[in-house]
Design a protein around this ligand. Structure first.
Ligand SMILES: NC(=O)c1ccc[n+]([C@@H]2O[C@H](COP(=O)([O-])OP(=O)(O)OC[C@H]3O[C@@H](n4cnc5c(N)ncnc54)[C@H](OP(=O)(O)O)[C@@H]3O)[C@@H](O)[C@H]2O)c1
Length: 327
């Protein structure tokens, strides 16, 4: 099968297409083990870029086939809940940027009819994370205000859509005109610019401060995120695309009764298939209700995966970046 391969950790330029062996079939004869998928689309995300440089926490042995997010058609399944031909979206640990991949059963989901394969590839990582972070970690409730950083990116657009589905009011923080447009398309009620005084604007818009900040960016802006919260507000830490990990002076938490909450979706759900299934069911309802539909900003053929990764690395991604693997 055709697959991408990383042989050295020198970034997107070193990613190349090779002829790789299919995933071993034995996996699928063990009940509860996995689903073999003919990949239609694979998504590219920030961790893939970090991994191509050896900068991600999970460091596989070289060479490896990158990619963790796919959509496609079931070839074989160890469990009767999936049949050959079913349309699915899935998360894998690795190997998704290939024509065939084995996905764990607990991380494979039927792809709702409303979504095409490109949208399906952008579904699991970002939307499960958004729902987990906003509802189950940040306790975002109907009628509350949420401020989303990096709001035009894959995780950001997912967080805006899920926030609206939860009945919240949204403020998006973005860095360009184009990203303003994408954040609005994803359901932002208000959009503010990261190079302006967004903290003051957010306080004015929300009438005194937001209830939740969803932060995949980190870096210098974290202290202002805390300042933009109202009493009892929660800052949810999701990632650090800004490059540095912020430190908090805890007196800020005491003064206004604030919380800083970590949201690490992957590690949390790994041993909790029932919780994962519940997230998937909630998201499916949001899809049927028209609140959730991944925004695919760019599509590339498998051969141009390096360009796709560079787009993310250079802060140019709008919504989700997807590789078309098969017709
Ligand atoms: N905790 C979890 O369970 C979990 C799960 C999934 C992903 N994540 C993390 O969430 C983060 C966001 O992922 P994503 O897929 O949404 O990424 P993305 O699509 O590339 O979006 C990231 C956004 O970060 C902003 N940003 C600010 N400074 C940046 C910089 N120096 N370089 C690049 N972007 C910068 C950009 O928005 P502006 O240009 O508008 O500022 C960009 O749109 C990543 O760190 C990822 O590892 C965490």
């Amino acid at each position: 099968m055709r697959a991408l391969q990383i042989e050295e950790l020198s970034g997107p330029d070193a990613v190349k297409v090779v002829d790789a062996p299919d995933p071993p079939a034995t996996h699928f004869s063990t009940p509860g083990q996995g689903v073999l998928i003919d990949v239609k689309a694979a998504a590219v995300s920030f961790p893939d870029v970090l991994q191509s440089r050896g900068l991600y926490q999970f460091k596989p042995e070289l060479p490896f086939v990158p990619g963790a997010e796919v959509s496609g058609v079931v070839v074989e399944s160890s469990d009767a809940s999936f049949s050959p031909g079913d349309r699915v979206a899935a998360m894998t640990l690795l190997g998704a940027m290939a024509e065939r991949v084995a996905a764990p059963l607990a991380m494979t989901f039927h792809l709702p009819d409303e979504l095409d394969f490109a949208e399906g590839a952008g579904l699991v990582l970002n939307y499960h994370t958004a729902l987990f972070a906003l509802k189950y970690r940040g306790r975002l409730a109907e009628g509350e205000w949420v401020l989303v950083h990096g709001a035009a990116g894959g995780g950001g657009t997912a967080s805006l859509q899920v926030s609206k589905a939860l009945g919240a009011k949204t403020i998006a923080v973005v860095s360009s005109d184009e990203k303003e447009r994408v954040a609005s398309e994803a359901g932002a009620d208000h959009v503010v610019r990261s190079d302006a005084d967004w903290k003051v604007e957010a306080k004015e818009i929300s009438g005194g401060g937001v209830d939740v900040v969803l932060d995949p960016v980190g870096g210098d802006r974290f202290t202002d995120s805390l300042r933009s919260l109202r009493e009892g507000g929660r800052a949810v830490v999701v990632g650090f695309t800004g490059g540095s990990i912020p430190e908090v002076k805890v007196n800020r938490l005491l003064l206004n009764n604030l919380e800083v909450v970590g949201a690490g979706w992957g590690a949390y759900v790994l041993s909790k298939p029932d919780f994962t299934r519940m997230l998937a069911d909630e998201l499916e309802e949001m899809i049927h209700a028209g609140h959730v539909r991944p925004i695919v900003g760019s599509r590339f053929p498998l051969e141009q995966a390096g360009d796709a990764m560079r787009l993310i690395e250079e802060r140019g991604a709008l919504g989700k970046v997807v590789l078309d693997v098969a017709e």
